[in-house]
Design a protein around this ligand. Structure first.
Ligand SMILES: [Zn+2]
Length: 69
């Protein structure tokens, strides 16, 4: 569906989906949580699920859809 609003300044909202539950979130956490796994982006609820007692857990930063200038 295309909506014409006569404005070119529609804010660009990037979105990324969680590597575990596949849902989109405005903020994701970059983590490693498997022995041979690569970096994955997880949402907060999934992060809380994989983190406890996980020896492979590594935190690599936060991803946000809105970047500060
Ligand atoms: Zn998730």
């Amino acid at each position: 569906m295309l909506i014409e609003n006569g404005s070119q300044r529609a804010s660009r909202v990037r979105s990324k989906s969680c590597g575990r539950c596949q849902r989109e979130f405005p903020v994701l956490y970059r983590v490693k949580h498997q022995l041979a796994g690569d970096w994955e982006f997880l949402c907060r609820p999934c992060l809380e699920e994989v983190r406890p007692g996980n020896v492979h857990y590594q935190y690599g930063g936060t991803w946000k859809s809105h970047k500060r200038r």
